[in-house]
Structures are given as C-alpha cells and as structure tokens.
Design a protein around this ligand. Sequence first.
Ligand code: ADP
Ligand code: MG
Length: 254
Amino acid sequence: MSVIELKNITRIYKTGSVSVDALKGIDLTIQEGEFVAIMGSSGSGKSTLMNIIGCLDRPTSGNYFLNGEDVATFTKDKLARLRNQTLGFVFQAFHLLPRTTALENVELPLLYREEELSWKEIHKRAREALDIVGLSDRVEHTPNELSGGQKQRVAVARALVTRPDVLLADEPTGNLDSRTSLDLIDMLQRLNREGLTILMVTHEPEIANFAERIITLRDGLIIKDRQSVQMQASEALKNWKDVDEIEYENSVSL
Ligand SMILES: Nc1ncnc2c1ncn2[C@@H]1O[C@H](COP(=O)(O)OP(=O)(O)O)[C@@H](O)[C@H]1O
Ligand SMILES: [Mg+2]
C-alpha cells in the first residue's frame, strides 16, 4: 500500500511583495517499507517537501494522501495525533531539550498522547527506544554530555518511541563526521529492514547511496526518481579504517 501520495503539490511562500515558488508541482508515491533519499542542492525545496509530508506545513495547492486519507480534510486534533503517532521526525540540529536527560527527551512525545499511559509504561517504552539505538548506558546523560552521534541517536529514539509508520529525517547526518554518519545510517537500515518506512533528505551522494530509491529535486520539481543499488552501511563499516589506523600505516610505510 502507498503510505504517502502527493498529487501536483505546490508551495508558494509570500514575504511582503516577494513570492517564492518553492514547490512547483510534485507528484510522488511512497510505498510502505521503502527507504527513500531526497537529494538536491540548497534551495531546491527539500525541507519544504519534508515539512509538507510531515504535516508541519500545508501545500498551497495539490493533494496529499497519507495512508489513503486526504490530509486537507483532517481536523487540528487529527493532525496533531498524526504528527505524534504516525510520523517521526529527525532533524540535522537534533533539537533535543538541554539540561534534560536522554530518557526524559525520549519520553516527551509520550506525554502528549491523549491515551493516558502510566509512568511505568512511559519509562519502559523510552528505555526500549534508547536500547534500540544502542544508548542503554546513557539514559541519564544530558545532551551536553553526549557526542553528536549520540545526540542524533537520542533524537531517533524520540522519533521512534511512538512507533510511527514513517520516519522523516532532514539531513540527519549533516552535523556528523563520516564514521558517525555511517553508524547512524546502519541503524536506519536496520530499522528499515524491520519495516519502518524512511524518507531521508541529504545533499551528500555518498549518503543517498544507502537508500534504495533516490529522488532528485531541482528548483521545486522532481527531475529524477530512480531505484538504486542499495549500499549496506554494515559493509562500509567493516571496510572502514580509522584515521588513526591510516596514519599508523602511513608512518610504517615511510
Ligand atoms: N519560510 C520561508 N519563507 C520564505 N521563503 C522560504 C521559506 N522557507 C524556504 N523558503 C524558500 O523556498 C525555497 C526552498 O527552500 P527549502 O525547502 O528550505 O530548500 P532546501 O531544503 O532544499 O535547501 C528557497 O528558495 C527558500 O529560500
Ligand atoms: Mg533544507
């Protein structure tokens, strides 16, 4: 089944007398279980598209069907519920609450549910999510006590704790070094194999190659949409050489 279906979506930003056509007619269908990368240079409309798919913003025209339902017909409450339960978000800049432990950051989305969960259940689910991202030993750490890669893992745990159907990630590796990026992508690939649908924005071709489908935007239009031979981050990690190792080898060969 298609999880996401966009039909001729446009988005015009109006600022004073200036208007920007950020999206000029996007047709896009995403099936359940896909791992899709969205590429394109800065200003091509990637974030605008993600915000519309994530129901954080509405299109100027066109139709958006989420799990077969027309998003335009949804009430505010239903949209809030969708953002909380059907969709999970990860951003380049992590957006974690400072001075708040990893566990509390991950618990947050569960506090906004209408269905009351017991504290015991909330703690349990948050710990499970942190376990999935490999951070069981950092639950009491605050963001400033975590590395960039660990912060992004907390952000992924927070996105997963509500058990969403779709994970939307806007440049999730943008603030990470290449080794840490690989670790994160490896984790996303694992989650995808278990059934999570993933849409990931990146401007780095090396990162896009870890998706199974690559969509390229230019000036608010899709100019390319192709299946790709998906590279496995686990394989790339096996072949990874630490800078330390390379420096050591260089010094030995000198
Ligand atoms: N809130 C906004 N108000 C006005 N213009 C915007 C806004 N957000 C984005 N834009 C413009 O829309 C275009 C697409 O932006 P964006 O979706 O952020 O691109 P990308 O994420 O690919 O870099 C750009 O020209 C940008 O300047
Ligand atoms: Mg962007």
